[in-house]
Design a protein. Structure first.
Length: 109
């Protein structure tokens, strides 16, 4: 015995997969993403006591003459460990990249 079934919504599902594929292609390779975009308000609020990445960095190094690239890695790791939910800068950065990628992958779906 066979029964007819009606499945609705597959066209929407196909459209979602197509959009996800398009988003994945846009993410593939090297991307230029600002720290403000990567460490957005939501990320910073969830993982630190700061509203922005800039205020987080300013607490560590308030001098505008010192560039981020010049930070002492071990001291910044200690700061991250004591002022965020992460143990190291690398862990914080990796988490932000993961959250950014996930959000971008599902953008528009």
């Amino acid at each position: 015995m066979k029964s007819k079934i009606n499945i609705d919504g597959l066209s929407e599902l196909k459209a979602s997969f197509k959009k996800m594929e398009q988003n994945a292609k846009e993410l593939e390779g090297e991307n230029n993403v600002s720290f403000d975009e990567l460490f957005n308000h939501s990320f910073m609020k969830e993982h630190t006591n700061h509203q922005s990445f800039q205020s987080f960095v300013d607490e560590f190094e308030p001098s505008p003459d010192v560039k981020f690239e010049d930070f002492d890695d071990s001291k910044f790791d200690d700061f991250v460990k004591n002022h965020s939910s992460f143990n190291t800068w690398e862990e914080m950065y990796t988490s932000a990249v993961g959250e950014y990628s996930f959000t971008r992958l599902f953008d528009g779906i």
